[in-house]
Write a protein that binds this ligand. Structure first.
Ligand SMILES: Nc1ncnc2c1ncn2[C@@H]1O[C@H](COP(=O)(O)OP(=O)(O)OP(=O)(O)O)[C@@H](O)[C@H]1O
Length: 290
């Protein structure tokens, strides 16, 4: 069984937004394009010394979309991802969440406005248990402080109980209850990836940023991961941005794909539009006449 199943299993009816057989499928994310963008990337530019890592990239993300960000090595995907999670400050352009620029926010305050991320190589506290790592994710949702915590005020205790309940629910959702009290360092990489996802979900983000979630996973786990990402979008009402080299995963779950090359946007559209774009084919395979 895939390590990326959820506790609720796989046998579910198709979601309401699916169209009947025969008509072109319209995904929840594609129909969302009728709404205002949740996130707008505008003319983004990043320069490292003499290297132009991003050059005037613009695109929109709509509520409920799974957006795949692809491109060959060095295309600028990680740079863009790091701008979205505020690790990098762009040299030009803007990123707007629900119409408001996020560029004045430091990285540690990005979860408060509804953006959570996972890391390519997993960035957990290795010596803490699974449950404590997931609790860290709830930090942006707590309003207590050292004074109220030490006085154990009534509203602090009620808040703690609600957070514990939420953490337990997420552990159950990602099938992590059995390892809740196990120290993370001893767990297999694939389980650590699920813990990181649990931590990101604990912040209840509007936008979940996934940095190469399929890296290091076997074929079966990648399949399970695809199902899980779609379920998280559908069941937990999230919008997902996925940076991924695994083309099969991106093309099977994304509603919309943005392709970068040499720091510029090369193409965007549905997975099949982007897959058949001559510029994208050339960027991945090289020119035929070479
Ligand atoms: N911190 C940095 N300092 C200098 N140059 C950088 C830095 N980060 C990225 N670059 C350069 O910016 C360009 C874009 O890199 P980036 O890592 O964003 O691409 P990518 O699409 O994520 O590639 P990969 O798929 O290989 O991870 C590359 O030329 C890279 O060498």
């Amino acid at each position: 069984m895939s390590a990326f199943r959820t506790a609720s299993g796989d046998a579910r009816p198709p979601p309401e937004h699916c169209t009947p057989r025969g008509s072109p499928p319209v995904t929840k994310g594609q129909s969302a394009q009728r709404h205002a963008p949740l996130l707008a990337v505008r003319d983004l530019g990043v320069v490292f010394g003499g290297i132009v890592a991003l050059n005037g990239v613009s695109f929109d993300m709509y509520p409920g979309q799974i957006l795949g960000l692809i491109g060959p090595n060095g295309a600028g995907k990680t740079t863009l991802f790091n701008c979205l999670s505020r690790l990098y400050q762009p040299s030009r352009g803007d990123i707007l969440l629900e119409g408001v620029s996020i560029l004045t926010r430091p990285p540690h305050r990005i979860a408060e406005i509804g953006i959570s991320r996972t890391f390519q190589n997993v960035a957990l506290f290795p010596n803490l248990s699974v449950i404590d790592n997931v609790r860290v994710g709830t930090h942006s949702r707590t309003s207590s402080n050292i004074v109220s915590d030490s006085l154990k005020l009534g509203w602090v205790r009620r808040g703690e109980a609600a957070l514990n309940h939420k953490v337990d629910e997420i552990l159950g959702y990602l099938d992590l209850r059995d390892v809740a009290h196990t120290v993370v360092a001893g767990l297999p990489f694939v389980t650590q990836k699920r813990v990181e996802l649990a931590r990101a979900l604990a912040a209840e983000p509007k936008i979940l940023l996934l940095d190469e979630p399929a890296g290091g996973l076997n074929h079966e786990d990648v399949h399970g991961l695809g199902d899980l990402i779609r379920r998280i979008r559908d069941e937990r009402d999230m919008t997902v941005l996925l940076v991924e080299h695994h083309m099969g995963l991106v093309m099977s779950i994304a509603d919309h794909v943005v392709a970068l090359n040499f720091g510029r946007k090369l193409a965007e559209g549905t997975p099949s539009q982007v897959q058949s774009d001559p510029g994208v084919i050339e960027a991945y395979l090289g020119r035929k006449d070479r």
